[in-house]
Design a protein around this ligand. Sequence first.
Ligand code: CO
Length: 206
Amino acid sequence: MGELGHLLENNRLWATRTEARQPGFFRALSTQQRPEYLWIGCSDSRVPANEIVGLAPGEVFVQRNVANLVVHSDLNCLAVLDFAVNVLGVRHVIVCGHYGCGGVQAALAPSEGRIVDHWIRHVRDIAKFYREEIEREPTPESQARKLCELNVAVQVVHVRESPVLQGAPHVKVHGWIYDLSDGLLRDLTPMVDSVRALEPGCKLPG
Ligand code: CO
């Protein structure tokens, strides 16, 4: 058995157990997928989309990147969004951030000159735009938490502003944040609305 043999063994056990619980599960999934949700989340290993919302394979389409960003020029994310909405027919897009996000924290620290700093630059722009609001928080920890929340809200706005969503007004876009310390999700919709108010130039459908 090779170096990663334990993972292949885990997979074999999982497939056997899943099929035993639900005979025909894999055969049915292999012919089609009809997920109701698109999840846009952070790459962080502690925030696995399916598990934290209790969804099985086939139930959520997933896009993950560092700091759960939706960048207007990111063809990867836009292609996922288009495919999910226009081909798979998802009804909900969930942008999910998390407290303790390394990508967000990095945006509040000096650049280390790594490739990832180019990506994090998008979060730095948000930190600059909402500087006063962030600096009202009393501690570095609460400032980072605030930026995690604002980042989710801004990404929700980006999804809603995208041409894909403007052509699909029936699709709902949600902003959530996950707390690593208790495993719970919180809905940030009220904050998303306040971000809309702070960006008066932003025209949103619906
Ligand atoms: Co993260």
